[in-house]
Structures are given as C-alpha cells and as structure tokens.
Design a protein. Sequence first.
Length: 241
Amino acid sequence: MATSGAYLPCPEFVSDGLRFTEFLEPFERVIQPEELWLYKNPLVESDHIPKRVMFAISFLTPLAVIFVVKIIQRTDKTEIKEACLAVSLALALNGVFTNTIKLIVGRNQQVRSLEVAFSGLGFTSFYLAGKLQCFTDQGRGRSWRLCAMVLPLYSAMMIALSRTCDYKHHWQDAFVGGVIGLLFAYICYRQHYPPFLHMDCHLPYASLAAAAHTPSHPQDDPQPTDNATTLPLEGLTEGPV
C-alpha cells in the first residue's frame, strides 16, 4: 500500500515550477486601437476586498475548516495530512497554470487572484460536501449541510464580482479564472477523496486503504453444546421401564 509520503514529491515539484514561472519575462502583446476602450477604466484607489485580505481568505479558510472538522469529528492524522496535501496541490497547480497563461497571453490582467480564490474556497466547498455527506443518503434532506457547503463558493463569487467593481478584471478574466480555479480544486480533491455519492466520501483514499488492509480479529467461535444437560453418569443404573 502506498503511504501518504508518496504524494510529497509532486507538490514540491509543482512548487519549484511555480517559483520558476514567477521570474520569467512575459510576452508583450500589442494593444490594437479598437481595444483601447478595455483599458480606459477609472483608477480605484481602495479595493472593496484588499488583495492581502483576499489571499489570506483563500489560503487560510481551507486550513481553518480542516482543523475545525478535526475538532468536531475527531479525525486522525492521516485525514489531516491528506486534506492538507490535496489543498496545497490545488493551490500550487493553480499558480503554475495561471503564471503560464499570463506569460503567454501577455494581457494586462490579474487573473491569479481570482483563480486562487476559487481554488482555495472551491476546495473548501468540496471538502465540506464530502465531510458532511451532502449528496449521500445520510446527508440528503438536511438543508443546513448544503448551505454550509455552498458558503465558500458564494464567498469566492463575491470576491470575483468585487474585482470587476474595482476595475481590476474584465468579466472574461473573472469567468475564466473561476473555471480554472474550480477545475483544479475538484481534480486535486478527487485525487485524494472518493466521489460525493460514495458511502465513505468523508474519508480519504489513504484511510479507506488502511482500513481495508487492517487484519480483522474475529472472536473465537463458541464450541457447540448439546441442548441436553450434561450430568455425571457414574454410579447411575437404568431403572425398569
């Protein structure tokens, strides 16, 4: 059985790629005269949601939810490790692909902020959907679970809309950034967790594999006994019929 440590080199490799793409020179695209209207938006000095706050929400929310679930459901270290590995992989892959898109497209944009928000908060929604079993027989019909699962996605949508109100993004950037962020969040979630309809969707694959390989210890089967009471026969004689 592969241990969780087998997953560690991949995030490290992706993080190296993220650092590498941070220092590459982007392609400088020529802006045509008919496109100038896209860049004539007013300058907004104060954002509705400052970038630092947005990044803090995107990074810290999934970690906070993971540890709150640990306290409430008393999850073990394996589940904590798998959840942290999944969200870190989603954020790192999101950063690499975002940087690559920005370097090649060369458009004056800040797509990464939106992708990070949808990647971190999107993963939080998927994580809650599994832990609360929103789509299994145990969780259906309990609306509070669905509302708790949707709340991080709602927050990501509000962040995206605020960036368009601040004229930091075009609506195309907001839409594409949201799709890319959610895509990586779901892919990385499914890399570590079963589908939402699985009866054990609240457990990572590592925990399920460990449980499947744990030897069972059945109790010793009781020896069959006669219904008749066993009595000492020595000294007894058969009487007349």
